[in-house]
Ligand binder design. Sequence first.
Ligand code: MOS
Length: 765
Amino acid sequence: NAVVESVKTVLGWVPAQWLPGGTPDPLILRRAAIGRQASRLDGPEKVRGQARFAAEVAMDRLCYASLVHSTVTLGRITRLDTANAEAAPGVILVMTHRNMPRIGTLALIGLTDLSAVGNSSLPIMQEPAVRYNGQVVAAVVAETQEEADHAASLIEIDYAVDTAKTRFDDAKDKARTPASILIEKNHVSVGNAERELGRAPHRVDNIYRTPGHNHNAIELHGVTVAWQGGSLVVHDATQMIAPSANALAKLFGLKKEQVRVLSPFVGGGFGGKGLWDHQVVAVAAARLVDRPVRLMLSRDSVYRMIGGRSPTEQRVAIGADADGQFTALVHTGYSIMPPYGACPEQYTLGTRALYRSKSFEIVQRHVDLDVVPNTFMRAPGEAIGTFAVECAIDELAHAIGIDPIELRRRNEPDRHPISDAPFSQRALTQAYADGAKRFGWERRLAEPGARHDGEWRIGMGCASGSFPYARMPGANVRITLRRDGSATVSCSAQEMGMGTATVQVQHAADRLGLPVEAITFEMGDSALPAGPMAGGSSQTVSVAGAIMAATEKLTGELLRLAGNDSPIAGLRAGDVRLVDGGIAGINDPSRRESYRSILARAARDEVTVSAAGSAPLEMLKFAMHSSSAIFCELRVSKVTGEVRVDRLLGSFDCGTILNPKTAASQFKGGMIMGLGLALTEETLFDERSGRIMNATLADYHIPSHLDVPEIDVMWTGIADPRSPLGARGIGEIGITGVAAAVANAVFNATGKRIRDLPVTLDKLL
Ligand code: MOS
């Protein structure tokens, strides 16, 4: 309460539902457009090819950049010969640390400061030192892309090479355990888990390994930049428009208003599309050539200079009493986090929220290697943490001889197992029951290897998924309501293919009491009020919270404009609701006046308000997590060991589903990414050289159409009374739980436990 009070003092306003005993967002019950199936508003532009992505924007006198990457891991450049490149046809500039403008370094992404941040705090082309294999060491700008690429191949570089840290196992000894990871503690002990484990009548204790993963959004990272006078225009593919604009302003010594980042469409982000070296290099090059520059990364460049998911080694040990109730839950491990990187791979976060246990021992250790900083990748942490824990649960269920869903039910917590905070809403048990019924779980045979069909062994598996709720501070919106009954909501939010504008139009329509056709949602431009980043599955509620705040302001403004001659005269904001294109009394709906009439009498064409979402206090007072039950049925060939997934079902508990069509698409996309995690995706890192060996989609396998079965999704749809609209995020949870459901089904089919991902056929022969 002290926290609530202090925030109230600072902000002057805290939404009622976030106060103890407060009432939920009224739109949870009173909704018209929200919850309806709606196609994406940006769909027609995209299928007609009219949507302009960052590397497609046309500009006069545009030239093209190509990058050169370090081929050594740690060392310094001793010879740099650019003469041949400079003499090559079409070349305008060769930029290296020798002539790159001097700039500072970036602050790292953190949850509290999104004002000016990137993914790496290393200097960008400022010095001869090389810190990881693939770091950008030169850029060529030419009249065409082909000329730039060719000239880049002519640059000669010699290096003095130092001994680099590239072996995960060797670096484990020196692993660090910093006090906190983002907002939670790195090391959590409750009771004495090792002792409880030793005494437990049932126990499992195993090591699980997950490999590194690289980002493979369909749209390659790209940027088209132009200096216009002293100002900078950047067309970027980014999930953090406002923070990128701020960061570029800081690096290049500009005022915030002098940098404009536009990113109306992004062809997939997944955590990989933040600020990396390429935007900075392109901006610097454009300054030197005094022309607009386009830099679109090759697929190879994305692997070299954009971080991916860290590999992990995780120990999960569970002790259970005779009834299967957990007495010890141990989840410890190692992941990479170089000191110049921003992303702690938080693979134990889900574990903390999923099960009750008498004792816990949770430790995350950071291994420091000389690598491109690993970064956020769809459900960073949970995607691979749930693999380890949910396999361990399945192993324990098998050891005890009970159904794995029943084992989970027996350990379902009624408050957060570690913080003891109440859950805002949680219906995982229902998600399991509903999912099991639809999937036909009762047809599963507990005995591994009991079902056959010719050369195929058939199995079923399940696992839980989990992802925390987050609402970001720093979400601002502007609402303009016009006398003709239309409204424009503006926010520099991001669209990466998930339907950002579509659901916010649905939301604003209900919030303002207008039809969806009357609402326009402007976004994708840093010139608009600063939005939150699109990450942590938080953008929708973050923007929604700001729209709530702005609507509250708008209501006050309209009541003021209505004045003493209005039928609603004397009513206060708390006495009215916005409905049917006007303001009406809650207790006496006959007291109402339309927006048109209010604005006409006040001789106003429109009214505009701006507001920021409140501090996300609900996150401090409640344990807020989405969860899911994933079911998988698959076949494993006795001859080749290959795995064919036949059916996948996800049963989700994620609060209100705002748009079933876009939500189903998000869930399925996440589950497909989960299939890649389970069966095919693996960054092959050469521990001798520190170089990625499979920097191409030919060698790094993501699921293709034939790998993806019929995917069924369903949800409880139970609103979360503590969040705007009752919604929690849905962008990342789809991938969580899938790898374990697959591995558990493989065990059910074959009797083989595969504890290191991906589950490839060589491990099953
Ligand atoms: Mo997500 S990994 O927060 O884009």
